[in-house]
Design a protein around this ligand. Structure first.
Ligand SMILES: Nc1ncnc2c1ncn2[C@@H]1O[C@H](COP(=O)(O)OP(=O)(O)OP(=O)(O)O)[C@@H](O)[C@H]1O
Ligand SMILES: [Mg+2]
Length: 1107
C-alpha cells in the first residue's frame, strides 16, 4: 500500500513530542494546538498516544483507514489510535504478549470513544468467520447496553460514563476473538435519586419513556411525560444531538444480539419502571404514637402500581416504608420511621435496586460473551474508567473516582517513568535521573491500611456509638493533619486555619491532577450503603424472578447478621485486583485531553489543556523519552530485523548478537551517540535514526524482494521448463511406444494373414493330395471290386453255364433214359398205365399234405387265428374249407365244456354287450369283470337273514349301492337286492328294508352315456311302490345290475320288458317334483371322482371326470 504520510513528511507540527524542538510546556501546548487546529487529534510521546477530543466527527475512522494502518509499523504513518491498536493486537497475536490499553483523561476527554475505536479496529482486523463474527458483534453490542444503563449527561459530558469498565477481550492462538469478560466498578448510584443542575439521570429512563411503544408503556404503567417522575430532573431532560427514542431501539436491538431473552428484557424494563414509580411515592407525617414520629404514604396510587408491576403485596411494602426492624441478640425490635427516614429508605431502595440491576446486567452480558473454550487464551484488556472529576460540590463518589484515577496515574508512573529509568540503570547505560512527581504518596494517603482515609472511614462506620460525618472529619483532622496532600480547616496544621476557601465541613486533597475539595457530608452513609432489611425482605417477597435474584439477603431463610463490606472497602479491593491484573500485561497508553469545557469543536483553551498536560505528567514523559532513548530492542530481535543491512550479518551472523548489532550499526556509519549498547538491549536515541533504519530496511527488503523475485522467477521458469522437458520426454516416450505398438500390431496382423494364407494353401494342398490319394484308393478298390465282380460273375456265369449244361445233360439224359425206358418198356405197359401213375402221384401228394397238416395244427382256442400255409396251389379250396371246418369243430368242442351257470353268465355278458356296447363309456371296464351276483353274501351273513327270507326265490343280485339324495346330491349306502319278482332296497348296516318294488311296477331305467354309475329306476305311474317316486342310485357295477334287471324283466312270466334309456339328461320323479339329472364333463378340481351337486330345485348336476 502506498504510504500517504510518514511521521516526518508533510507533518503538521510534530507528530512525536519526543522530536519537539525546543521542548517546553509552551511549545508542547503550541504543537498540540497546531495539530488540533488541523484536525490532527493524535500525537505521540514515543509509544504513548495523546488524543484530543475534537467534539466533531472526523473522517479518520473509515474502513480505508483501518486497511491503511493494518500491519504497519507504529512510526510508519501519521499518529493514530489505530496504530496503537494495531501494535497491541500484533504483539498479542504474534508474540503472545497479553496487552492492556489504558485510556485515561478527565470526564469528557474521549475515553469511551477511544475504547470503542480500539475495539472496532481490532474487530475489523482480526479473523473472520460466522462464529468469530458473532463473538465480535456481541462484544461490540455490549457497549450500547451498558452505556444506556451506566451513562448519563453531566455538565462535562453528554454521555458520561458513570461506572468504571474494564473489558478483557479473549483471543485464541490465531488471534480470533473467542469471548470476553467485563468488570464494572462502582456505579454512581446517587444519580438515580438526585441530579445536580444541568445533569440528568441515566439514559435508560429517558430512552424508555421516549422510545417505548404506547402498548409497552401501558404494560409498565408508565406515562410518556418526564415531568410526571420525581427522579427525572427536568431542566436538561433532553440533550442536543441525542435521540432517546432511536437510542432505545438501538439498545433493544443490541440486547437481542448480545443474547437477552424477550422475557429478560421485559423484566429489566419492569425494574426500570419500578425505580421511576418508587421516586413518586411520597410520605406525610402521621400522628405521634408512643412519642415516636411516624409516616404514611401520601398517595397510594404509585405504590399500588409499583406493587402490581413487581408482584408485591401492597401492605408489605407500605409497612417496610413505615417500620424498621432491628435485630439484636435474637431479639427483634420494630421502630417506626419518620418522614425523613421513610424518604431515606425509599431512595436507598431505588439506588440499590438500580445498581444491583446494573451489576446483574454486566453479569448477564458476561454469561453471553463468555469464551466457550478452556484452551489457553490471549487477552487484550481495555480500561475505560471514569475520568478525574473536580466539581463544585464533591462527595464520596468523586473521592472514589479520583482515587481510582490516582491509582492509574501510579501505574503510568510505575511503568513509563520509573520503569524506564530503572531499565537504563539495569542495562548499564549512563543516565542522569529525571525528576517527576510520584503520586504514590497520595495513593498512600487514601488507601493506607491504618492511616488511609478509606481505612478511617471504615473504622468510623464500624465503630459503636454515634457516628456522623463530623466525627469522621474529626478523625481525619487528627490522623492526616501532617500529610502534605491533606488540607482541612480543623486540622492541627495551622496553615489552613485562615483559609476561607476551605469550609469547615470539608477537607481537601492535593491530587496529582489538582486540589479537590470534598464535603464530608454523606461519606458515612454512602460508605455504609445501608438498606433496611425490611425493604430487602419486601423485595424478596416480590413475585418477580429477577427481583428475587437481586435481593438474595431478603430471603428469611438466609438471615445474615454480619455487616456487608463497606462501599469503600469493596472499591479498594476491586481497584487492587484491577491494578494487579494490569501489571501482568503489556501496557499501551492513550492519554485523552479535553480541549475546552464547552463541549465545542474548534475551541482550544490553552489553560485547560495546560492543566491536563501537567497533571498527566506528559512533559516528564517526553523528557524521560528524550533524555533516554526513543527505541530499545533486544539484540537478537534487532539483529533479526536489520541483519539484511550489512553484508557481514546477512544472511546469518555466527557470533554473539551484541557483536552482530555493533558490526551492523558500524557498517551503516551512523553517529555513535545515536546508540547505546546495553547489557541485553540496543538503545536508539532518536526516532529519526529508527526511521532511517526502517527506511533502509524497507529499501533493502525491496531489493531483497526483487532478488527473491528474480530467483523465484528464474526458479519458476526453470522448474516450468524442466517440467515441460520431462513432460515432453514422457509424451514422446508414450508416443513412440504407441507408434511402435501400432506398427508391431500391423506387422503381427499381416504375419497372421500371411501365415493363415500359407497354412490354408498348405492345408488345401494336403487335402488335395489326400483326396487324390483317397480317390486313387477308391478307384483301386472300385476297379478291384469291379474286377473281382467281373471275375466272380464270369465264374458264376461259367458255373451256371456249367450247371445248366450239367442239368441239360441230366435232363437230356433223363429224357433219353426215359425215352429209352419208355421205348424199352412201352411194350410192357397198358394203355391206362399213365392214368394210374397220375392218381398214385396225386394220392402221395395228398398223403404228404395231410400228414404235414396234422403236424402243424393250430391250438384249440377259438380265438387262435393261425393256420398253416398251403403247400400246393391246387389244394387252395381244400385248405380253406379245412380251416373253416376245424374252427367250427373247435368251437363246438369249446362249447361242450360249458356248465349251465357259466353258460348263463356268458349269456348275461352277451346281453350286457347288446345293451351297452358303444353306448355307455362305463361298459368296456365291465367286460373283464365276472358277474358274481351276490356281492354281500346275503345268504351267509346273519345280519341280512330277514332280507334273505324276503327273497322267496333265488337272489339274483345283492350289492351295496348309493342312494342319491335329491336335496344335496350325496349318496347313502343301501343294499340292492334283486329277485326274480322284485327289487329291494335295504339299510346296509341293519338290513332293514327301505323299499320293495315288484318288477312289474318298474317301467324303465335311465343311465348316462358316460363313465359313471348313476342310474334311475323309474316306476310306473299309479303303481303302489311309486308313491315315494323314482329311485336315483349309483353303483360301480351298474352294467351288471341293469343287465340282470333287464334280463329278469324279460324273463318274467308276463313279459314285462324294462326299457333302458341311455341319455345324458333324464328326468326323475321324486314324490311330486320332477328333477332333471344332467351329466357333464367334470372340471379338474373335482378330481377323478364323480360329483353330484344340486344346482337348483329342478336340476341335479353330475360331473363325470373326462376320460
Ligand atoms: N475521537 C472523537 N471524535 C469525535 N467526537 C469525539 C471523539 N472523542 C470524544 N468525542 C466526543 O466527546 C464526547 C465525550 O467523549 P467520551 O464519552 O468518550 O468521554 P469520556 O472520557 O468517556 O468521559 P467520561 O469520563 O465522562 O465518561 C463524546 O460523546 C463525543 O461526542
Ligand atoms: Mg466515558
Amino acid at each position: 500500500m502506498e504510504v500517504k504520510t510518514s511521521l516526518l513528511d508533510n507533518m503538521i507540527g510534530v507528530g512525536d513530542m519526543v522530536l519537539l524542538e525546543p521542548l517546553s510546556e509552551d511549545t508542547f501546548i503550541e504543537n498540540l494546538k497546531k495539530r488540533f487546529d488541523h484536525n490532527e487529534i493524535y500525537t505521540y510521546i514515543g509509544s504513548v498516544v495523546i488524543s484530543m477530543n475534537p467534539y466533531k466527527s472526523l473522517p479518520i475512522y473509515t474502513a480505508e483507514k483501518v486497511e491503511e494502518y493494518r500491519n504497519r509499523n507504529f512510526y510508519e504513518l501519521s499518529p493514530h489510535i489505530y496504530a496503537l491498536a494495531d501494535e497491541a493486537y500484533r504483539s498479542l497475536r504474534d508474540q503472545d504478549k497479553d496487552q492492556c490499553i489504558l485510556i485515561t483523561g478527565e470526564s469528557g476527554a474521549g475515553k469511551t470513544e477511544a475504547s470503542k475505536f480500539v475495539m472496532s479496529y481490532v474487530a475489523a482486523v482480526c479473523g473472520k468467520g460466522q462464529e468469530v463474527n458473532k463473538v465480535k458483534e456481541q462484544l461490540l453490542q455490549s457497549n450500547p447496553v451498558l452505556e444506556a444503563f451506566g451513562n448519563a449527561k453531566t455538565v462535562r459530558n453528554d454521555n458520561s460514563s458513570r461506572f468504571g469498565k474494564y473489558m478483557d477481550i479473549e483471543f485464541d492462538f490465531k488471534g480470533d476473538p473467542i469471548g470476553g469478560v467485563i468488570s464494572n466498578y462502582l456505579l454512581e448510584k446517587s444519580r438515580v435519586v438526585k441530579q445536580t443542575r444541568g445533569e440528568r439521570n441515566f439514559h435508560i429512563f429517558y430512552q424508555l419513556l421516549s422510545g417505548a411503544s404506547d402498548d409497552l408503556l401501558k404494560k409498565l404503567k408508565l406515562d410518556r411525560d418526564f415531568s410526571k417522575y420525581n427522579y427525572l430532573s427536568l431542566d436538561s431532560a433532553t440533550v442536543n444531538g441525542l435521540d432517546d427514542a432511536a437510542s432505545f431501539r438501538t439498545v433493544r436491538n443490541a440486547m437481542q444480539i448480545v443474547g437477552f431473552m424477550e422475557d429478560e428484557v421485559q423484566s429489566i424494563l419492569e425494574l426500570v419502571a419500578a425505580v421511576l414509580k418508587l421516586g413518586n411515592i411520597e410520605f406525610k407525617p402521621e400522628s405521634r404514637v408512643n412519642e415516636f414520629d411516624e409516616s404514611r404514604v401520601k398517595d397510594k396510587n404509585d405504590l399500588k402500581e409499583m406493587c402490581e408491576l413487581l408482584g408485591i403485596e401492597q401492605f408489605v411494602l407500605e409497612r417496610a416504608f413505615s417500620f424498621r426492624t432491628v435485630e439484636a441478640k435474637m431479639e427483634k425490635v420494630s421502630t417506626t420511621l419518620n418522614v425523613a427516614q421513610a424518604y431515606y429508605a425509599r431512595d436507598a431502595l431505588a439506588k440499590n435496586l438500580y445498581s444491583r440491576l446494573f451489576s446483574w446486567l454486566v453479569n448477564r452480558i458476561n454469561e453471553s460473551i463468555k469464551a466457550q473454550t478452556k484452551k489457553p487464551k490471549k487477552v487484550m484488556g481495555v480500561l475505560d474508567i471514569y475520568g478525574f472529576e473536580i466539581f463544585e460540590d464533591n462527595s464520596f463518589e468523586q473521592f472514589i473516582i479520583n482515587y481510582c484515577n490516582e491509582k492509574l496515574q501510579q501505574i503510568f508512573i510505575e511503568l513509563t517513568l520509573r520503569e524506564e529509568q530503572e531499565e537504563y540503570v539495569r542495562e548499564g547505560i549512563e543516565w542522569t535521573n529525571i525528576e517527576y512527581f510520584n503520586n504514590a504518596i497520595i495513593c498512600d494517603l487514601i488507601e493506607n491500611n491504618k492511616t488511609g482515609i478509606l481505612a478511617m472511614l471504615d473504622e468510623e462506620c464500624l465503630r459503636p456509638g454515634t457516628v456522623t460525618d463530623e466525627t469522621f472529619l474529626d478523625k481525619l483532622n487528627t490522623v492526616c493533619a501532617e500529610h502534605q496532600h491533606f488540607e482541612s480547616r480543623q486540622s492541627k496544621n495551622s496553615k489552613f486555619l485562615t483559609d476561607h476557601s476551605l469550609p469547615h465541613n470539608c477537607f481537601r486533597i492535593q491530587h496529582y491532577a489538582g486540589k479537590v475539595l470534598y464535603r464530608a457530608e454523606g461519606f458515612v452513609d454512602k460508605n455504609n450503603d445501608l438498606l433496611y432489611r425490611d425493604l430487602s425482605q419486601a423485595m424478596y417477597k416480590a413475585n418477580h424472578s429477577l427481583m428475587k435474584l437481586l435481593f438474595p439477603e431478603g430471603n428469611p431463610a438466609k438471615v445474615n447478621l454480619k455487616r456487608p463490606p463497606t462501599a469503600g472497602f469493596q472499591f479498594k479491593a476491586s481497584v487492587g485486583t484491577l491494578m494487579k491484573n494490569l501489571l501482568t500485561k503489556n501496557p499501551n497508553y492513550i492519554r485523552c485531553i479535553k480541549p475546552n469545557d464547552k463541549k465545542a469543536a474548534h475551541i482550544f483553551t490553552d489553560s485547560l489543556v495546560c492543566h491536563q498536560v501537567r497533571y498527566l505528567g506528559l512533559m516528564e514523559n517526553v523528557r524521560v523519552r528524550r533524555a533516554g532513548y526513543a527505541f530499545r530492542q533486544a539484540y537478537e530481535s534487532c539483529l533479526e530485523r536489520y541483519k539484511m543491512l550489512c553484508k557481514q550479518t546477512w544472511p546469518q551472523w555466527k557470533g554473539p548478537a551484541r557483536e552482530g548489532v555493533k558490526v551492523l550499526l558500524t557498517s551503516l556509519q551512523l553517529h555513535a551517540e545515536e546508540f547505546a549498547y546495553g547489557r541485553s538491549k540496543i538503545f536508539i536515541r532518536n526516532p529519526r535514526t529508527l526511521f532511517f533504519l526502517e527506511e533502509k530496511r524497507r529499501q533493502c527488503l525491496e531489493d531483497l524482494a526483487a532478488l527473491i523475485q528474480k530467483i523465484y522467477r528464474g526458479w519458476k521458469c526453470r522448474t516450468h521448463f524442466l517440467l515441460m522437458k520431462k513432460s515432453q520426454v514422457v509424451v514422446s516416450a508414450w508416443y513412440r511406444r504407441f507408434a511402435q505398438q501400432k506398427k508391431y500390431q500391423n506387422i503381427r496382423c499381416s504375419a497372421l494373414v500371411v501365415q493363415s494364407f500359407i497354412r490354408g494353401w498348405k492345408a488345401r494342398k494336403l487335402l488335395r493330395e489326400l483326396k487324390h490319394k483317397k480317390r486313387c484308393e477308391q478307384a483301386v478298390t472300385t476297379i478291384s471290386a469291379f474286377w473281382h465282380g467281373t471275375q466272380a460273375r464270369r465264374e458264376l456265369k461259367r458255373l451256371k453255364e456249367e450247371a445248366r449244361r450239367k442239368h441239360a445233360i441230366a435232363v437230356i439224359w433223363a429224357y433219353w433214359l426215359g425215352l429209352k425206358v419208355r421205348r424199352e418198356y412201352r411194350k410192357f405197359f397198358r394203355a391206362n398205365a399213365g392214368r394210374k401213375i397220375y392218381d398214385f402221384t396225386i394220392q402221395r401228394i395228398m398223403q404228404k399234405y395231410f400228414l404235414g397238416l396234422k403236424k402243424t395244427m393250430p391250438s384249440m382256442s377259438p380265438i387262435d387265428k393261425s393256420w398253416p400255409s398251403r403247400p400246393y396251389g391246387f389244394l387252395d379250396g381244400t385248405h380253406k374249407e379245412l380251416r373253416r371246418v376245424f374252427h367250427l369243430w373247435r368251437c363246438k368242442k369249446y362249447c361242450s365244456q360249458f356248465t349251465v351257470e357259466k353258460k348263463a353268465t356268458y349269456e348275461e355278458k352277451l346281453a350286457a354287450s347288446e345293451l351297452f356296447k358303444d353306448k355307455k363309456a362305463l361298459y368296456p371296464s365291465s367286460v373283464g369283470q365276472p358277474f358274481k351276483g351276490d356281492y354281500v353274501e346275503i345268504t351267509k351273513n346273519p345280519k341280512y337273514q330277514k332280507l334273505n327270507s324276503l327273497a322267496e326265490d333265488k337272489v339274483l343280485l345283492a350289492d351295496v349301492v348309493s342312494k342319491i339324495n335329491r336335496a344335496n346330491g350325496k349318496g347313502a349306502p343301501r343294499i340292492f337286492l334283486l329277485t326274480k319278482k322284485s327289487l329291494v332296497l335295504a339299510d346296509q348296516k341293519t338290513g332293514q328294508v327301505k323299499a320293495s318294488v315288484p318288477l312289474l311296477d318298474l317301467s324303465s331305467v335311465s343311465v348316462s352315456t358316460q363313465n359313471d354309475g348313476f342310474f334311475a329306476l323309474k316306476l310306473k305311474e299309479g303303481a303302489v311302490s311309486a308313491a315315494k317316486g323314482d329311485f336315483l342310485l349309483s353303483s360301480d357295477r351298474l352294467i351288471e345290475i341293469i343287465t340282470k334287471l333287464h334280463r329278469t324283466g324279460a324273463a318274467s312270466a308276463d313279459r314285462n320288458q324294462i326299457k333302458i334309456d341311455i341319455s345324458d339328461e333324464f328326468l326323475v320323479q321324486f314324490k311330486q317334483d320332477k328333477v332333471c339329472v344332467k351329466f357333464i364333463h367334470g372340471t379338474p378340481k373335482n378330481g377323478n371322482s364323480v360329483a353330484c351337486k344340486r344346482k337348483n330345485n329342478r336340476l341335479l348336476e353330475v360331473s363325470v371326470p373326462s376320460p
